[in-house]
Ligand binder design. Structure first.
Ligand code: WTA
Length: 670
């Protein structure tokens, strides 16, 4: 299905208070990399960064080829770096065979790293598990053998619907080991959302848990899997493997469901890694786009591995004694690339935390940092804004002196939050890296290199070497300094998504044809608005399509609208984002009801619950406005721009001459 073009005359606007154009234009603070940091960094000066950029520009294939040979283990060396003869289909490192789990585990077993900690897991009730590389390797082999014993092999899709327990990472690596692509579905998604993803992916098995701990209580997960599979809607799916986490009573269906410990624990701890062709499918990860249906972003073996590996190494300037903690959930790309694959591929120690800060434990994150002596901390601006609100007394209670580097990801960060982060958490000593990227890009694309790039609060600074990022108009022309435009990438890169699962046409249209290819030059359209300042620094403003970013979670407005109209009381719905001080964006729904029914608080609560059931609690509207009619053009199109202004409490500006019924405006003001 084709996606709507963004409104070409809409200058991309800041979706949130966080990166208002004003603060961007007036932001003049600049922080050089601390000398002590730079002197030890892998890339320790802006000249060193520029040399890498120049090398990549001069001969991209030679550049990527050299890194791929140096950083990954190959069973068979590749013959060709990039085949871009049929854009936008890219084929990287053709002829080569490798295995991501091998790169993350086996190759570290040869030297002293074998007994280094690979994974430190901090459970919500305070339990803890630690795995050295040797131990993690054994666990992954056992899980891989267990999957094989179920008849699962190369090419069979395995879905994961897991809490943040070590078995989530072990299962991902086990899938990669045997060449079974995984599809991790965020544990906060509902049974309905899980069902759609299982069906779309033709999943052969689901790995889940009885439940997990969220905030201060055990939350069941397995019943959602049962509900998703009810009625035999997914005929390909034969096995459900269940990790025991909470120990709560759990219904098991004979012949289909097996306990992880019954099947996995008795397996052999040796399982050869399957040599995978570079372009063999590694995983599918669903993400929201402009249309109702989430798309299955497909990543392949070697390119993704190289990109997660290299970006992790460059951006976090990883050292052997680092303890890296990324607070994302493994259900998102950040968890894939920077909890599991990037750190392990580099032989680093990665921390995984089941819990979250909450009123009963506001200092939870800082206690984890103190306890495990974390050196790198990578989180979302929403979390930082919440901590700011809680006051510095909370983090000040913990010893954060182990930290040497801070990162942010997922949404624009407002300069105030950036400064607070640097000061209160980083003690004005740690560089802050604001990393811009997407599920589709596999890994970070634009970010400071902490030993090389001077930072400015609110800017993700400069593209990584080899990344031809630009800000363009819809004809693909670069726009001028400080002009708003569309964030785009002019050349393929190893970690780029390869297709939308089952819909290559959608891949082409959504990403590569918004800006029509000129003279065979295909430009990747990211869906974000941005500008570049006189130093070439990027300032990302947020989405220019119908995607909203709520607390760093990406949601399609049309997905939420479909969920709303699936309720019998709802005739029509339009969903927009509204700037929110804490969450970046909040969800506002304008709803008209069937048969002249009028809305009230009870129905609002009911609709919020319904959306929670259809998608997941993160998609519940913050505010629902009922109205007899929605503002439409004479041709019947809902005027979203107008709704966005109304939701933001702004005066409606611009042309409303096409609005069919002006009186609608008064009834809708928020
Ligand atoms: C937004 C998350 C501003 C952006 C890794 C992008 C950001 C979307 C940043 C992708 C950043 C991510 N500054 N905006 N540093 N990082 N975004 O696929 O709108 O969940 O398109 O990937 O998040 O979200 P996704």
């Amino acid at each position: 299905m084709a996606e709507a073009l963004p409104n070409p005359d809409a200058t991309p606007t800041a979706p949130s208070a966080s990166a208002s154009i004003e603060s961007v234009l007036h932001e003049e603070r600049r922080f050089e990399p601390p000398a002590a940091f730079a002197s030890q960094a892998r890339i320790g000066s802006i000249q060193a960064y520029r040399a890498l950029v120049a090398e990549a520009e001069a001969d991209p294939d030679a550049f990527w080829g050299a890194w791929a040979r140096q950083e990954l283990h190959w069973f068979t060396p590749f013959e060709k770096v990039l085949d871009w003869s049929d854009p936008p289909s890219a084929r990287w490192f053709e002829g080569g065979t490798t295995n991501l789990a091998y790169n993350c585990l086996d190759r570290h077993l040869e030297g002293p790293r074998a007994d280094k900690l690979a994974l430190i897991w901090e459970g919500e009730p305070g339990d803890e598990r630690r795995f050295t590389y040797r131990q993690l390797h054994a666990e992954v082999c056992k899980a891989a053998n267990a999957l094989r014993s179920l008849g699962i092999g190369k090419g069979d899709l395995v879905a994961l619907y897991m809490p943040m327990v070590p078995e989530a990472a072990i299962a991902m690596l086990a899938c990669a080991r045997i060449g079974a692509p995984h599809s991790v579905v965020f544990g906060g998604f509902s049974a309905e959302a899980l069902r759609d993803r299982l069906i779309d992916g033709d999943a052969k098995a689901v790995i889940t848990a009885d439940g997990g701990f969220r905030k201060d209580k055990a939350v069941a997960l397995k019943p959602a899997v049962d509900a998703a599979l009810a009625g035999g809607v997914c005929p390909t799916l034969k096995h459900v493997l269940v990790v025991r986490r909470t120990g709560e009573p759990t219904a098991m269906e004979a012949g289909r469901d097996l306990w992880w410990h019954d099947l996995v624990d008795s397996q052999s701890p040796e399982c050869p890694a399957e040599p995978m062709a570079s372009e063999d499918r590694l995983f599918v990860l669903y993400t929201s786009g402009s249309t109702g249906k989430p798309k299955g972003v497909v990543h392949t073996t070697a390119g993704y591995n190289l990109w997660a590996h290299l970006t992790f190494q460059w951006i976090f300037d990883i050292r052997d004694d680092d303890i890296h903690w990324c607070t994302a959930d493994v259900g998102w790309i950040t968890g894939h690339s920077y909890i599991v694959y990037g750190p392990l591929s580099n032989g680093a120690t990665t921390v995984m935390y089941e819990g979250a800060p909450r009123p009963s434990k506001p200092g939870a994150f800082w206690e984890v940092i103190e306890k495990h002596r974390c050196t790198i901390f990578y989180t979302a601006p929403t979390a930082i804004r919440a901590f700011m609100k809680g006051g510095r007394e909370v983090p000040d209670r913990s010893d954060l002196t182990s930290l040497r580097l801070l990162g942010t990801v997922g949404e624009p960060i407002n300069p105030e939050a950036w400064m607070w982060y640097r000061d209160v958490i980083g003690g004005n000593r740690c560089p802050v890296v604001d990393t811009w990227w997407q599920t589709e890009t596999g890994g970070v694309m634009i970010s400071p290199l902490p030993g090389a790039t001077a930072t400015k609060p609110g800017s993700c600074t400069l593209p990584l070497p080899g990344i031809a990022a630009d800000v363009v108009d819809l004809e693909g022309r670069s726009v001028g300094v400080d002009q708003g435009g569309y964030l785009a990438v002019r050349r393929p890169w190893p970690g780029m998504m390869r297709t939308v699962h089952g819909d290559h046409e959608r891949f082409r249209k959504s990403y590569w044809e918004h800006i029509p290819p000129i003279n065979g030059e295909y430009i990747y359209f990211a869906g974000d608005g941005a500008r570049r300042d006189a130093d070439g620094y990027f300032w990302v403003m947020g989405r220019v399509d119908d995607v909203i970013n709520v607390s760093g979670h990406r949601l399609g407005t049309m997905e939420i609208e479909s969920a709303l109209v699936s309720h019998p009381a709802v005739a029509e719905a339009a969903v927009v984002g509204r700037p929110d001080e804490l969450k970046g964006e909040a969800i506002v729904a304008f709803v008209s009801l069937e048969g002249g029914r009028s809305g009230d608080a009870a129905l609002e609560a009911e609709l919020r619950r319904h959306v929670g059931q259809e998608i997941g609690p993160i998609a519940r509207p913050d505010l629902i406005r009922f109205s007899d009619v929605l503002p439409k053009t004479r041709s019947g199109k809902i005027m979203r721009r107008l709704l966005r202004s109304l939701a933001a409490g702004q005066e409606v500006s611009g042309d409303i001459s096409t609005l069919e019924d002006r009186s609608v405006l008064d009834t809708l003001r928020v």
